[in-house]
Design a protein around this ligand. Structure first.
Ligand SMILES: [Zn+2]
Ligand SMILES: [Zn+2]
Length: 374
């Protein structure tokens, strides 16, 4: 689904539609564009894919919230996953809703098994710590993790080389059996093969008949600029291998941005506190200060008070979609000098004796208010 497409538009529901309304709208459209109705019409097929992709987002509270926030869900809006097989799972996004669709249509909840026991692999979740500078610029990170891979010896079948898994005689390969239950018959997972649909009589000794082994995987991940702690990147098709050669799960990377010694983040803005001397604050100064994009000049106007916030436009974080850039907000902290020499003290006393109330309007106002209050 192109990221420009709005799932709310596709399903024709309001932004605040309830999960039930979303589901009803989806079912109505899915019926309308189902291949049985349209006779395999290509445009209808495309339309159905859009409908499925839209429902995939809106039925999942997490994805829906993410779309509402960023206008895209993981992996779609970021668009940075071009290399190393990233984004190959694009087609997989359609499978889950399709199954949902059939489950709902035929009322067979839990019938996710395909003949032959192929099942989608598990999703994996990883945590990735990055620095604020990396979050600012975007970065490429090598990650290593362990995941289930199909056993190379038996090609994921679990059967010893030279033998083959046999179709389970109890369920004839469907993985499910019907059990009479009064007037009804109920579908249950087949006890003969535990739902796999196949029985391995001579197990592969490399994987003990499981068909899978753990293996290390190294990936280079593009972390888009603007990510924050709590951002989640989806790398399609990099999760665990699916049992019996089912499709791979997805990999989810949870971003954690390390605290920075100078900067804190407030949405797209970067905050920092800048200590200045009494003289700099009083006379004004132009200072070079650190930003996430190297040094920048900050003009401090004469007569700047402590707590004053000055703004360096465009030197904050980019937002995830690249539409705008925040500011760096510099909070001035006038530092009272300490450990003064005799001479410095003398100069300060001179300064004090030269000053009158015009130089201290705040103090003057305070004193006047106090007097009136008496
Ligand atoms: Zn094996
Ligand atoms: Zn069976």
């Amino acid at each position: 689904m192109p990221s420009s497409q709005d799932p709310y538009d596709v399903l024709g529901v309001a932004r605040d539609a309830s999960p039930d309304e979303v589901r009803k709208a989806y079912l109505k459209l899915a019926h309308k564009y189902h291949p049985d109705k349209t006779g395999g019409d290509k445009t209808a097929e495309e339309k159905l894919k859009e409908i499925n992709a839209a429902y995939d987002i809106l039925k999942n509270p997490e994805k829906r919230a993410q779309f509402d926030r960023f206008g895209a869900t993981d992996g779609q809006g970021f668009g940075g996953f071009g290399q190393g097989g990233f984004g190959q799972g694009g087609g997989q996004g359609f499978e889950a809703p399709f199954e949902d669709f059939f489950d709902m249509l035929f009322g067979q909840g839990g019938s996710r098994q395909r003949p032959g026991g192929a099942r989608p692999g598990n999703d994996l979740e990883l945590r990735l710590r990055i620095t604020l500078e990396e979050a600012y610029k975007g970065t490429k990170k090598k990650i290593r993790f362990s995941r289930a891979e199909n056993c190379a010896e038996c090609h994921g079948t679990g059967a010893a080389p030279g033998s083959r898994p046999e179709t389970c005689p109890q369920c004839h390969g469907t993985g499910q059996v019907r059990v009479a239950h009064g007037f009804f018959s109920v579908t249950r997972t087949c006890p003969g093969c535990a739902g796999a649909g196949r029985i391995v009589s001579k197990p592969c000794r490399h994987c003990n008949g499981r068909g899978q082994r753990k293996a290390n995987r190294e990936l280079s991940v593009d972390v888009p600029s603007g990510v924050d702690s709590g951002s989640r990147l989806r790398v399609g098709g990099e999760g665990e291998a699916g049992p019996n050669n089912g499709p791979r799960g997805d990999l989810y990377i949870h971003i954690e941005v390390e605290p920075h010694p100078l900067f804190t983040r407030d949405g797209v803005n970067i905050l920092c506190e800048l200590p200045v001397t009494v003289t700099q604050a009083a006379l004004g100064a132009t200072l070079r200060i650190p930003t996430l994009n190297g040094e920048a000049e900050l003009k401090i106007p004469a007569g700047t008070q402590s707590g004053k916030q000055l703004r360096l436009r465009g030197l904050g974080m980019p937002d995830l979609r690249g539409y705008r850039q925040g500011d760096q907000v510099v909070k001035i902290a006038v530092e009272t000098p300490v450990k003064l020499s005799r001479k410095q003290k003398e100069l300060l006393r001179q300064l004090e004796s030269e000053s009158d109330s015009r130089s201290y309007p705040l103090r003057k106002q305070f004193q006047e208010t106090t007097r009136k209050g008496r």
